[in-house]
Write a protein that binds this ligand. Structure first.
Ligand code: ADP
Length: 488
């Protein structure tokens, strides 16, 4: 068998990749865009049926490319937290999927009593928030009549995207998820690595509607392709899969994903560290039965700031143009940008803060504004990295990067200078899909962790420039002052 396939079910697109085991590289890919709907301000919904059919389409495309007889298995990675509720007998979704960005349950979360909030934090490692799955499940119970009927009839399933896709691909034979996805539901005890009975009881969510939780390198079921059964093996949520794909397998290794938002994950080994700084504790990929944890910090906006400059202000014709423009000036001339389009995430957790440009003068031009937006991405990452180091007590040695905006050399160099640490960009920047491919190969005994660590190849390492160290520290402090203004 020459190939494994990685299926990446993201928020705005689903993609499948054929990984050539001998060549150690992706050799084919297929993409389909998927829709989101916003029925009310702050609400985000998706059609689980559409997600499934488009996943099946890209998967079939890859199987056709590879030949079913050459495919050893399929690994899955997916957008996390989003909730699907479906009929166990027919596999049909019974209501729209509630997306991870959906804020409809914000008030419900805020109204939880202090004891329950503390219990959520202690048991799940998360900050009680509408972002995580539990309140989305509760909302469906409270508002969708047929959900209650199916529950009474014992035919209801609730799960994250991975569990829905596996259920559909196996025609209902497997109702399973993995620890990384379970750890984003606000119902999973990260210490015991199982559903938390007390939280389920408090939220009145019956255990029977949830999937069985398996290791990330587990066999999950089999897909029937023209009489041949291809195993689904290896599943993880997108950020944990990216951590794995970047070969961050040990304590102290971390990665930053520069996509629409910014996600910093830092492996803490077998130690489950509670954050004092507003980060969350989460399960990292569990392979060979070994408990593994990560600290995670996210900033809602990174590349989206560049998209805003392009689409709303018309200051750029393409995202890539931001690099040359930023480099065309020596600095921003004292201009700072705070990317608080929808409030600020970790470590500020200020949903009502809004974005600002500070320090504008008559000499401020397009290049300065664009550069300030790029610099703000690096400063946000510095905020999160400082929290990580404080919480874990482990100094960051270097950081691995991926995501669309990691293509920007100016940003990566500036990031290295602001962190004072090397930033290491891999040859293969599809870390999420790579993580799913690695997990699949591990599950099937086609590789081991030592080989995975050796498979990652650096394309370029950005080293901090000591001559600008002091200047970058000063400007980071000025950025922090601008953030304080945005918080007012
Ligand atoms: P996601 O997976 O979150 O949809 P991607 O990892 O595909 O995001 O990254 C897309 C984002 O990266 C967009 O917001 C875009 O503005 C930004 N981006 C892409 N290329 C560049 C670049 N060269 N410089 C800065 N930002 C970029």
């Amino acid at each position: 068998m020459k190939y494994v396939i990685a299926l990446d079910a993201g928020t705005t697109s689903v993609r499948a990749f054929v990984y050539d085991i001998a060549a150690k590289a992706f050799v084919h890919r297929a993409v389909q865009e998927i829709g989101q709907s916003f029925p009310h301000p702050g609400w985000v919904e998706q059609d689980a049926d559409e997600i499934y059919y488009k996943c099946a389409y890209v998967l079939n495309d890859c199987i056709r490319f590879a030949g079913a007889e050459n495919v050893a298995g399929v690994g899955i990675t997916n957008q996390r937290e989003t909730v699907v509720m479906w009929n166990r007998e027919t596999g049909e979704p019974v209501c729209p999927a509630i997306g991870w960005q959906c804020r409809r349950t914000g008030a419900w979360c805020a109204a939880l009593d202090e004891e329950t909030k503390a219990l959520v934090h202690a048991r799940t490692g998360l900050v009680p928030d509408a972002y995580f799955s539990a309140s989305k499940i509760v909302w469906n119970f409270q508002h969708i009549a047929c959900v209650k009927e199916l529950l009474r009839a014992g035919k209801l399933c609730a799960g994250t995207i991975d569990s829905y896709l596996i259920f559909k691909f196996t025609e209902g034979r497997s109702f399973v998820t993995d620890v990384t996805n379970a750890s984003r539901t606000m119902l999973f005890n990260v210490h015991a690595m199982q559903w938390d009975e007390e939280l389920l009881h408090r939220f009145r969510i019956p255990r029977g509607i949830l999937a069985e939780v398996r290791d990330s390198d587990a066999h999950m079921g089999e897909i029937d392709v023209g009489g041949r059964r291809i195993p689904i093996a290896g599943v993880a949520g997108d950020q944990q899969a990216a951590l794995f794909g970047q070969a961050c397998l040990n304590a102290g290794e971390g990665k930053i994903t520069y996509g629409t938002g910014l996600f910093l994950l830092f492996h803490t080994g077998a130690e489950c560290i509670a954050s004092e700084s507003g980060l969350v504790t989460t399960a990292a990929c569990r392979v060979r039965g070994k408990k593994a944890y990560a600290l995670e910090g996210s900033s809602f906006h990174a590349g989206s700031g560049i998209k805003w400059l392009r689409d709303k202000l018309g200051l750029l014709s393409s995202a890539a143009e931001s690099e040359a423009l930023a480099q065309s000036v020596p600095d921003t001339g004292g201009v700072f940008f705070v990317p608080a389009f929808t409030g600020l995430g970790a470590p500020y957790w200020a949903p009502d803060a809004r974005g600002l440009f500070a320090g504008i003068t008559q000499s401020t031009g397009r290049a300065e504004l664009v550069r300030a937006v790029l610099e703000s991405i690096a400063y946000s990452a510095r905020d999160l990295a400082d929290c990580m180091q404080r919480d874990s007590g482990v100094p960051l040695a270097s950081v691995r990067c991926d995501g669309g905006a990691s293509a920007n050399d100016f940003l990566m160099q500036f990031q290295a200078d602001v962190l004072g640490k090397p930033v290491d960009r891999p040859v293969e920047r599809e870390s999420t899909a790579l993580g799913a491919a690695f997990l699949c190969m591990l599950a099937l005994g086609l590789t081991d962790e030592a080989e995975i660590a050796s498979l990652r190849r650096s394309e370029k390492i950005f080293f901090p420039d000591p001559s600008v160290r002091e200047r970058r520290e000063t400007s980071y402090r000025q950025y922090c002052m601008a953030v304080r203004r945005a918080l007012l």
